[in-house]
Design a protein around this ligand. Structure first.
Ligand code: NDP
Length: 327
């Protein structure tokens, strides 16, 4: 049986008799953040006469990028951000993209610039990200913002790990003093996640593909964050009884037998129907069937961390607009 947090009380305490994890639903938290952002945008408009602007740049025809950018632009419109989508041909050169970024840097009506990754192989991704004005770097990937994050100085922070912190805080889960183990050390998720948890005074361990005896380390986690990119990789043996398990992963599963290993009896029919109808179902980097038996709290996929990423991008855009304009 699953206990969901979208019915009050919002923050249930896992009691002895509840033997499965409480699901931390991302939608409620993402909606709350979006409401706050909308209110802030209204206030900025009424009191300061400004409307934050966000430009998303996409190069080529990657279908996933198209969906991600579409969601970001749509949500921006809904919240009152002046958003624009620059879609460039796959054969756009490095120099052409650089010029576009420089023009966006110079435009006063653009508060946030996001260049959707991955870029085609002929473009130097790191150089493009470095060319973005750090004050407009709403993805938080510029080395200046990365450095500030590690110094514990206020900065624009990568959206997905920032969303994880919001889930924990808004679910009243203590971070300070807890042992947080992050599996994954990418620049987009793992490393900034570790830095943010450290900023919240957790004791942080980072694991990666060369970590020896991973389960013995992850089993020490009070808070376990999986950002690996491998479907259902984190199993029951990795999880301490009563831990908080945050699943950042987004993977597609199309194999019915594998789906049966991943999903509980209650969830499986819906998942098999998705495979039947759409060819695949989404799963994170954690085996949900095993996690809900061991964890106290668990973020579902879909419906968990993924929903926070766009909400945090909106928040970053408003923060960038205020900081740039010294509000
Ligand atoms: P990367 O591929 O960039 O990084 C994966 C990390 O996992 C690496 O550090 C890698 O280690 C580590 N890893 C791989 N295999 C193992 C293993 N067997 N044991 C321990 N560690 C391992 O992925 P991202 O960080 O970009 O993304 C991670 C996941 O999060 C993906 O599923 C992605 O789809 C999802 N994601 C979700 C977002 C959201 O909005 N919810 C946003 C961004 C990503 P090493 O460094 O040694 O190679």
């Amino acid at each position: 049986m699953l206990y969901e947090t979208n019915n009050p009380p919002r923050l249930p305490v896992k009691s002895e008799k509840f033997m499965t994890a409480i699901l931390l639903q991302g939608r409620e938290i993402a909606d709350e953040i979006k409401r706050e952002v909308r209110d802030e945008i209204t206030r900025l408009s009424e009191e300061n006469g400004i409307r934050p602007g966000l430009t998303a740049v996409r190069v080529g025809e990657d279908p996933a990028s198209s969906v991600y950018v579409g969601n970001k632009v749509k949500t921006s419109h809904e919240l009152g951000i002046a958003s624009e989508h620059v879609h460039l041909d796959a054969d756009t050169t490095h120099g052409e993209l650089l010029q576009i970024v420089q023009k966006l840097n110079a435009r006063d009506d653009v508060d946030g610039i996001l260049v959707q990754l991955p870029l085609p192989r002929h473009i130097d991704e790191a150089a493009i990200l470095e060319a973005i004005d750090p004050a407009k770097d709403v993805d938080g990937f510029h080395p200046v913002n990365v450095g500030r994050l590690h110094q514990g100085v206020r900065s624009l922070v990568p959206c997905t790990p920032a969303g994880v912190i919001e889930i924990l805080k808004r679910s009243d889960i203590d971070i300070a003093g807890k042992h947080a183990v992050v599996v994954g050390r990418s620049n987009i998720v793992g490393k900034p996640m570790a830095a943010l948890l450290l900023r919240e005074n957790a004791t942080v361990t980072i694991c990666h593909s060369r970590t020896a005896d991973l389960p013995s380390i992850t089993r020490q986690a009070d808070i376990l964050v999986a950002a690996i990119g491998r479907a259902g990789f984190v199993r029951g043996e990795h999880i301490r009884e009563g831990a908080v398990v945050i699943d950042v992963g987004i993977n597609s599963v199309s194999d019915r037998a594998f789906a049966a290993e991943l999903f509980s009896e209650a969830d499986l029919p819906k998942r098999l129907a998705a495979i039947e109808n759409r060819g695949a179902t989404l799963v994170g980097d954690v085996n949900p069937k095993e996690a809900i038996e061991k964890a106290a709290y668990f973020t579902p996929v879909p419906g968990g961390v993924g929903l926070l990423t766009v909400a945090m991008l909106m928040k970053n855009t408003v923060d960038a607009a205020k900081t740039r304009r010294k509000i």
